[in-house]
Write a protein that binds this ligand. Structure first.
Ligand SMILES: C[S@@+](CC[C@H](N)C(=O)[O-])C[C@H]1O[C@@H](n2cnc3c(N)ncnc32)[C@H](O)[C@@H]1O
Length: 245
């Protein structure tokens, strides 16, 4: 697995400002996360800390952000230095988590879709389960394995496109191209099917698993009609997952 976010860390940070991120991704994920008061939370694949900061600001008592990319963690720490929230950021691999730190909640925005094989996904899920207290929750937003992205519609009007070359099978790379005002950049994810995820969650020790569709916030309907959002909501390239240990 590469740390290839280092060269695109700042562009990725800017892509979080796209309206679909705010009104769909962020709105649905925070709603699923729910009340954070007093909780110890681990933000896996935290990137530059977009959700890590929101989690802390929404009442979590202790927050740790973890990412494989030094570039992403540097950006997160720079923001922590400018505006201290008391978040600890570490460079680490989610597959190697120990039981040393036990959290009430683990959050992962776009981590699982970096697993290229069922074995890699299993290692991630094992690591996540190890980091949680009994009864702890894992909440994720992820590339949607139930959606065949080789036949996906264009998401260009939202500021991004997905592309799949060849057969859509286990391990197939999915390219996401984000269009920003200063030009596009690309990231690559990997497809593993829903059954592979279910098996990995179960073997890691999660006893309940729920999948949720994205939804649009009321604010998202102020400047754009339901019609504008229908493509991304009806053929969602992302999904939301909640697992209980
Ligand atoms: C698409 S970014 C998401 C960042 C952040 N969660 C967000 O939503 O803004 C995916 C992140 O996953 C990280 N990542 C990929 N594989 C990882 C692993 N095995 N352990 C920890 N982080 C990983 C990458 O370095 C990258 O920062």
């Amino acid at each position: 697995m590469t740390t290839d976010y280092d060269p695109i860390a700042e562009q990725y940070q800017r892509s979080k400002q796209q309206p679909w991120r705010t009104f769909i991704e962020c709105y649905t994920l925070l709603d699923l996360i729910g009340d954070l008061a007093g909780m110890a939370v681990l933000d896996l694949a935290c990137g530059e800390g977009f959700y890590t900061r929101l989690i802390r600001q929404r009442g979590a008592a202790r927050v740790m952000g973890l990412d494989l990319s030094q570039g992403m963690i540097d950006l997160a720490r720079a923001q922590e230095a400018r505006h201290q929230l008391g978040i600890e950021y570490v460079v680490a691999d989610a597959r190697n988590l120990s039981e040393k730190n036990q959290f009430d909640l683990a959050v992962a925005a776009y981590l699982l879709n970096y697993a290229r094989t069922p074995e890699e996904l299993q290692s991630m899920c094992n690591g996540i389960a190890r980091s949680l207290k009994p009864g702890g929750r894992f909440v994720a937003v992820n590339c949607n394995p139930a959606m065949n992205l080789s036949t996906a519609p264009s998401y260009r009007k939202y500021g991004f496109e997905t592309n799949v070359v060849g057969d859509f099978k286990e391990g197939t790379p999915i390219t996401w191209k984000f269009h920003l005002s200063n030009g596009p950049f690309e990231i690559e994810n990997y497809h593993l099917n829903v059954e592979t995820h279910q098996k990995a969650f179960k073997e890691a020790g999660f006893r309940e698993v729920c999948w949720y569709s994205p939804k649009i916030s009321p604010e998202g309907l102020v400047d754009n009609s339901p019609d504008f959002w229908s493509t991304i909501l009806e053929k969602p390239p992302i999904t939301f997952i909640e697992c209980v240990k």
